[in-house]
Design a protein around this ligand. Structure first.
Ligand code: WQD
Length: 337
């Protein structure tokens, strides 16, 4: 299939583009490079063994998105593009709502006009809100505690309503838990712009000497070692989940929702210890107060994706750390500008 991958120069988008190509699809990247670097493209092409078409478009610009889809000949869109920093979304809610909702709305309008039938959406476990029990199941109600989370809840609703209005539209809502890791080559990986928010890139930057120490946000949670537990999954497993979901949309009508997680929680301390094994040295840490909005535990019930997609996230925490370390140690400052 010819597939438009929005945000395809980003962390999860780049890994998914590679697996789409390896699966025989014709993947086209569209990105505005506001949060990603152009230098990822030649690295992707080297790994793919072929050139990759890249279009630089701001998807909130309706005419440009219309032109992109009109002559694209796409059979599906995988929509990764979006702003995703929880803290930033609290400071800049208007940018978050206009960018995240605007890009989805302009893509859907263009897809309807040109008969593009499949939409795979990059959603997030954040839609379970902060009072969900664990393990999280797809039928749980959705809510949010910050504008970023609300944009995901709202985009899911937009997609459900669009699919009701247009029975030819088939949608996969993929709720990611905590993606980490990097392609085994060590040439592509996570390269957050600015100060990272997430645990793994922060650990990696401490390990490579870009940061002094890791602050552990709270060790008084009701968990075995007192630190927060999350469902970390390898980005390569996550990418494979997208390929499987895309294939499944060939037959599944309407909207399907799948958790993409391992179902196994790992604590901050366990992740730090695993990374120390991967990089071969201890990591300086300091216990700090809890981070507002954090929950003690978040992990998936992945049984629906296993049953309906034949998908399971099998890579281990140690593999996630080894692959992250190879990427970070080979690229201490991330991608070149
Ligand atoms: C993981 C654990 C922290 C940093 C967020 C978003 C969510 C999704 C994934 C996009 C927690 C602890 C972290 C640090 C720490 N993003 N931690 N010190 O909060 O589960 O989810 O990223 O969809 O929407 O909310 O991930 O990596 O920020 O934190 O102790 O310096 O690491 O308290 O327990 P989180 P995270």
């Amino acid at each position: 299939m010819r597939i438009l991958v929005s945000g395809g120069a980003g962390y999860i988008g780049s890994h998914t583009t590679l697996q789409l190509i390896a699966s025989g699809h014709d993947a086209v990247i569209v990105d505005d490079f506001s949060r990603s670097k152009r230098s990822v493209v030649p690295r992707l092409e080297a790994l793919a063994g072929r050139s990759i078409e890249v279009r630089e478009v701001d998807l909130t610009h309706v005419p440009a998105t219309e032109a992109l889809v009109a002559d694209g000949g796409f059979e599906a869109v995988i929509h990764f593009a979006g702003l995703k920093a929880v803290g930033e979304s609290v400071e800049k809610p208007i940018e978050y709502y206009s960018n995240n909702l605007g890009s989805t709305l302009s893509l859907l309008a263009a897809m309807r006009r040109h008969g593009v039938p499949k939409f795979v959406f990059s959603s997030s476990a954040t839609v379970y809100g902060e009072n969900a029990s664990v393990p999280m199941k797809e039928e749980f109600p959705t809510s949010a505690t910050n504008p970023y989370g609300w944009t995901k809840v709202m985009q899911e609703q937009i997609l459900r309503d669009a699919a009701v209005a247009d029975p030819s539209l088939r949608v996969a809502l993929l709720r990611y838990f905590n993606p980490v890791g990097a392609h085994a080559s060590g040439t592509i990986g996570e390269d957050p712009s600015g100060i990272p928010n997430n645990l793994m890139p922060l650990i990696a930057q401490v390990a490579v000497g870009r940061r002094q120490k890791l602050l552990i946000y709270g060790d008084d949670y009701p968990t075995p070692d007192g630190t927060g537990r999350r469902d970390y999954l390898h980005v390569e497993d996550l990418a494979a989940g997208h390929v499987a979901a895309l294939d499944r949309l060939g037959t599944a009508p309407g909207v399907s929702t799948w958790n993409l997680g391992t179902g196994t929680p790992t604590s901050v301390k366990e992740m730090v210890d695993a990374f120390a094994r991967a990089c071969g040295h201890e990591l300086p840490v300091e216990i700090a107060p809890r981070r507002p909005g954090d929950v003690a535990e978040s992990y998936a019930d992945p049984s629906r994706a296993e049953a309906e997609l034949g998908w399971r996230a099998g890579r281990t925490i140690d593999q996630m750390c080894v692959d992250t370390w190879r990427w970070q140690s080979n690229n201490p400052d991330g991608y070149p500008a």
